[in-house]
Design a protein around this ligand. Sequence first.
Ligand code: GLU
Length: 447
Amino acid sequence: MLDSTLQGTFDQVLRRNAGEPEFHQAVREVFESLELIQDRHPEYQEHGILMRMCEPERQIIFRVPWVDDQGVTQVNRGFRVEYNSALGPYKGGLRFHPSVNLGIVKFLGFEQIFKNSLTGLPIGGGKGGSDFDPHGRSDGEVMRFCQSFMTELHRHMGEYTDVPAGDIGVGAREIGYLFGQYKRLTNRYEAGVLTGKGLDWGGSLVRKEATGYGAAIFADEMLKARGSSFEGKRVAVSGSGNVALYAIEKAQQLGGVPITASDSSGYVVDENGIDLQLLQQIKEVERGRIHEYADRRGNGARFVKGGSVWDVPAAIALPSATQNELSEADAQTLVKNGVEAVSEGANMPCTPEAVTVFREAGTAFGPGKAANAGGVATSALEMQQNASRDAWSFEHTERRLTEIMKNIHSTCLETAEELGRPGDYVVGANVAGFRKVADAMIAFGVI
Ligand code: GLU
């Protein structure tokens, strides 16, 4: 049960946003942390900060009609939730996946506010996407879809207004088609209006790797804080998209041994350590299925159809697939198998019950809004390069990313300590992320 003021606002959120369980989940988790600072900050209540923060500044829903390769007209639904611009232009990815609906976009946009605040960079929070499924679609179909999507969205975007990027189902190919259409419609080469661009046309080195790298770096920081490390340890990773692939790479560089990857069909276990090149070839180049990894790798790598990747014993877990993929039972299995640290590469991959299991067991737990902030942070670095018409080296950009992740880690830790909850990264991330946005909102008056 929340305290009565918070409960009142939460009830209003439930009433206003019926049938959006993921959104409710994301709000509730933040509110539970904010209970700890209620008494210290009467000004937040006085200025209606919570109520205002839960209500997106603007929500855009639009029709996306396009014609498939058979000449059949298709209609998808497009979304952009411009959540909060207290710290900078709305910033957050676009997700193209059949599960996308307004509630999903709102949960992601809400999380993004605090995540972006934690990076320390001047970016507000937003998110968007569509229920379009790029899987099995030709390049031509994806292009026509993206062009139609942008034909509507472009009027809401701008490098000082709203800067989308990728998320699930949106990578460099989609960003290319979206940017091309934006450029054509506006007659402006406004590079900073989208991030995750190709390296030849305004993209940043390390952006592709950044979310996964950041999640592994965050795990490393949590381990170091308790006198441990990745060295020689088994690492379980879920997913096989952009986040998972580069979480695997960084975990390897840090001395760990990633042994799993998954997709919606099942997971692979490779006791000798994942062969990243092979996995990249199958997933990034061929856009194939995960069982092909086991088929082609030989050496005892096996594919498990369905099932849970979290059954595989590991010291470090990097859930990097999607929301609510790691259940209470999965968390219990991981704890029983001696997991030391869990760092969320995806957005909200652990259910609230799973998070409780980790907390009670004393497992180091890095919530997504802190642990996966490296992606959006590097997007902000891409915007900086675009604004100064510059392109930084891989080394320089990676150094900046690492510094940002270390700062986020120490901010969370210090905030948790200050609130009398040492080691609680959830509370640290929520409160530190929230305070900056709240203080800026107060400075701007009731708008
Ligand atoms: N979709 C990513 C996230 O969840 C990145 C957003 C961005 O780069 O704007 O943070």
